[in-house]
Ligand binder design. Sequence first.
Ligand SMILES: Cc1cc2nc3c(=O)[nH]c(=O)nc-3n(C[C@H](O)[C@H](O)[C@H](O)COP(=O)(O)OP(=O)(O)OC[C@H]3O[C@@H](n4cnc5c(N)ncnc54)[C@H](O)[C@@H]3O)c2cc1C
Length: 462
Amino acid sequence: MSHTFEPPGPTLSTAALNALRLRVSGDLFTPEHPDWDRVRAPWVLNVDQRPLAVLAVDDVDDVVGAVQWAGAEGVQVCVQPSGHGAGADVSGSLLLRTRALDRIDIDVEGRTARIGAGVNAGELGAALAGTGLTFLSGSNPDPSVVGLTLTGGLSWFGRAFGLGCDSIVAADVVDGTGTLRHVDAADPDLLWALRGGGGDLAVVVSLELRLHPAPVIHGGQLWWPIDRLRPVLDAFRAVCERAPDTFTAWWHAMALPPLPEIPEPLRGGHFVTVAVAHLGEADELDDLLAPLRAIPGAIRDSVGPLGPEQIPHLAEEPVDPTPVLSVSTLLNELDAATADALEATVGPGSDCPVAIVQIRQLGGRLAEPPVDLGSHGPIAEPYSLTAFALLPAPELEPVFAGWLGRIADCAATSTAGRTPMNFLGHDEANTWWDDATRARLQAIKAATDPQGVLRSNRPVSA
Ligand SMILES: Cc1cc2nc3c(=O)[nH]c(=O)nc-3n(C[C@H](O)[C@H](O)[C@H](O)COP(=O)(O)OP(=O)(O)OC[C@H]3O[C@@H](n4cnc5c(N)ncnc54)[C@H](O)[C@@H]3O)c2cc1C
């Protein structure tokens, strides 16, 4: 259901707000501001969040000032660059928008990128054009790279290079006492925590990320009418089973909404699609895709050469803020019972209105990260099943939630019973960390944020 978070705590006194205004240079918004509803809204528009105030920070000094002020006033600080992961309670907090921290420095020889907390995936991808290097981008260009990376970072090239969080080399952070700190291998506990511990430990103002070699990339999308769902799903599994780690495929059943911006004849249509990315030559990819291309009736084959700047856009997901409900689970296998259930639930003849039902191929380096590199840990499961429903109207939420439940039930025989942190729905508890990892994260938070000033969407305490 949609969430409305009412501020339970004290409202801010005018004197307290004035003290913050004097301390920072960024724009400070409170509920009286005419733009309040716009600035408080997250990307996931159906989450009706109500912080005490929103600060669009101008620079790192604003972050320091805001955290110090919050500690003195007994107010919590939440960081929300764009709000793809919105959903945790931000009521009573000062919400920081980091968009202005937009600096990108690429070291091509050293294969690293230093990015500010406001840089989004599309922007970092664009900055890598022509370098022959890639970062570990997810499916959407809009989330901040920091937000995407801190809680995992499942990307097109995770099978080859691992989780995004495990490519964190160093970070500049403001801890819960309002102290600016550089975190690198000399601070192994906090570096371990940042690699998968989310935003509860410190406000990250910039990250240094390892970049990965991608001199030649090919990829694109194959589409068929929905009546080919079953042969495409079977061929997808066969392709995945023999693919090298340089190759990744995502299968989709799509119900395109009847929106004017979607061209005919796609508007309102149902399709089965496979999106692929391969770190290698066209002939290798052609060979891998042969079982899929043998299925007749394809209406689209956009597979071709790609630059790193195209990777964040490859999935062609909606970019503008959208009301979304989602469900996701990792799969131990892609068995016949799951395929049968998906065929019956979202296949030909179904009127399932869920826009995107997606099976991602995982495995490779995701399953075997270096031991104790970071707090996220491995994803051993070979696939994930995720569905995103775009809500056309708030009152239809129960209908779409029902469909998401039926899609999740399709995985009754194959689910691993856990959801990747980055794909938790906006009202789901975070059960990702095991007890020992959570306890270590809590001990590190007690040192970096002794007053509990910082509150993330994946709190280490819960
Ligand atoms: C349509 C869609 C597609 C997605 N695809 C993928 C995908 O392919 N791969 C994947 O891994 N995930 C994916 N996600 C999940 C998404 O990457 C995460 O929710 C991510 O956290 C969103 O980034 P954001 O900038 O929007 O973060 P926000 O939602 O704005 O913030 C989320 C949390 O990140 C933390 N945070 C963000 N910035 C900072 C900072 N500077 N310092 C400290 N903490 C910070 C905070 O704890 C905050 O609560 C997808 C989500 C959606 C809605």
